[in-house]
Design a binder for this molecule. Structure first.
Ligand code: BES
Ligand code: ZN
Length: 465
């Protein structure tokens, strides 16, 4: 196919996308109505229904060999189109599961009744990740409907366990290594740098997540009759957590920084050039003052430095009024975001050893490891990333910037290690889209431009040798 023909066919695809803009939003609303919360066993049926809906959407878009591949957990939805002889193959990955909706009272409209307000669609999963998955499904549909073909070979895998650590995906990838052979992985599951500043993400942090349970006594005790004679697990937990980080924001777990790849001066200079408005950032998240590791800027702290965070705490009496009690137990959920070349299992070992060392004998300590994902970083001077840059320019009218992100998509490192594949992370969310929080939303302009950019991406990659 000559360049001119394919340009003309991309124009036709874009016309089709423009003409179908409203229909896409109506269909997306249906997708967002399914509460596919992977973390909550009560929603298992919804997750299954969502896998079915996702598979049907791939079929409707014109993909072939669509099926749900069973795993020990939630199914992986697969579809492909493999008739672009001689062209590269894209492996597109996304997820159809979503985060829980608590605290549900803070939602301005119900999380599973997608509502459009001021050009943004509000619902759990709007940005993370159903909206971004659907953007590709509609780009595929537009290409196949309008031109009868895709300019590239495409394999799509959509998982249902990303929000709970992608436990079974590595096994799935290893079991289907040959079937998943491709030239590049494409993922749209990240925010863009800022409104009007599209970006390509070249680094993600890893994660290791643990739950700590402390038990002081067999049951809660009267704090007058027993206070002073036994350890209070809530207080011990606070003392333990206090041992994990010093006042300058450095993690105190021995060995924690051993494998941290230092930020280079060149990369720090690149971060500093990005149009980051720190005051606006602080105001938007409502923080009285930003806080983090001394000696690093906010972007460096977010993208290039590891952290230790408390994700949840539970102990004792937390209702209205007062109750004089020594709680029997205290629980904390903690996670550490990791950077290259930290290993999540090694870091979890170091954490657990430190925890057991600093915990007093007066409490019984239990540690559960919830999930772990490796950090990822790639060079962005490869031809696929360059092709994505041109496609984003076509969709958004602006060349993308390159950024790293603080969040984690554990499978990206697996794709690199098991399948040897580079990845292009082209996301159209916005940093203020409330992923994992109440009032998650997706800008419908970005959704629409993202469909065009996705179609352009298939064409750009298809045109590579
Ligand atoms: N879409 C996010 C990943 C993300 C968020 C990347 C922000 C870059 C910036 C993804 O769905 C997610 O939330 N992942 C989890 C992974 C965890 C459960 C293993 C995360 O980062 O907490
Ligand atoms: Zn996501």
């Amino acid at each position: 196919m000559s360049d001119r023909t394919s340009d003309a066919s991309l124009d036709r695809v874009i016309d089709f996308v423009n003409a179908n803009r409203d229909r896409y939003v109506e269909e997306l609303k249906e997708y967002l109505a399914i509460p596919s919360i992977s973390a909550l066993p009560d929603h298992a049926e919804d997750v299954a229904r969502c896998a079915e809906w996702t598979a049907a959407a791939l079929s409707r878009a014109g993909l072939e060999n669509v099926r749900q591949v069973e795993t020990p957990g939630n199914p992986v939805v697969y579809g492909d189109w493999l008739h672009a002889d001689g062209a590269p193959t894209i492996l597109f990955y996304g997820h159809y599961d979503v985060q829980p909706v608590d605290p549900v009272d803070l939602w301005e409209s119900p999380p599973f009744e997608a509502t459009v307000r001021q050009g943004e669609i509000y619902a759990r999963g709007a940005a993370d990740d159903k909206g971004q998955v659907f953007m590709h499904v509609k780009a595929i549909e537009a290409c196949l409907t309008e031109t009868g073909r895709l300019p590239v070979n495409l394999k799509v895998i959509l998982e249902g366990e990303e929000e709970v650590g992608s436990k079974h995906l590595e096994g799935f990838i290893r079991d289907h290594e040959a079937d998943l052979a491709a030239d590049v992985v494409v993922i749209s599951d990240t925010p863009m740098f800022d409104r009007g500043v599209p970006s390509i993400c070249y680094g993600l942090r890893g994660i290791t997540y643990c739950q700590i349970d402390l038990r002081g006594t067999t049951t809660d005790l009267h704090s007058g009759s027993f206070g002073g004679a036994v350890a209070n697990p809530a207080f011990v937990l606070a003392q333990i957590l206090n041992q994990m980080k010093d006042r300058s924001g450095r993690v105190r777990i021995p060995g924690f920084y051993d494998d941290v790849r230092p930020l280079t001066d060149a990369e720090r200079a690149e971060f500093a050039k990005l149009p980051f408005d720190e005051r606006r950032y602080r105001r938007e998240i409502g923080a009285p003052k930003l806080a983090g590791e001394t000696g690093y800027t906010t972007l460096e702290r977010l993208w290039g430095r590891p952290t230790f965070e408390v994700n949840g705490l539970l102990s004792g009496f937390t209702g209205d009024g007062a109750k004089t009690v020594i709680p029997a137990v205290a629980m904390a959920k903690v996670s550490m975001r990791l950077v290259p070349d930290q290993d999540p299992v090694k870091v979890a070992d170091l954490f657990e050893a430190h925890l057991r060392k600093v915990a007093p004998k007066s409490v019984a300590v239990e540690v559960q490891r919830m999930h772990a994902g490796r950090p990822w970083m790639t060079a962005f001077d490869n031809r696929f990333v360059q092709a994505a840059g041109r496609a984003i320019e076509r969709g958004f009218g602006r060349t993308p910037v390159f950024n790293r992100e603080g969040g984690s998509i554990p499978v990206v490192a697996t794709f690199q290690e098991v399948l040897g594949l580079p990845a292009v992370l082209f996301g159209v969310g916005l940093p203020d889209e409330n992923a994992h929080a109440p009032n998650e939303k997706l800008d419908l302009g970005n959704f629409h431009h993202g469909i065009i950019a996705s179609a352009a991406l298939y064409r750009e990659v298809g045109a590579l040798d």
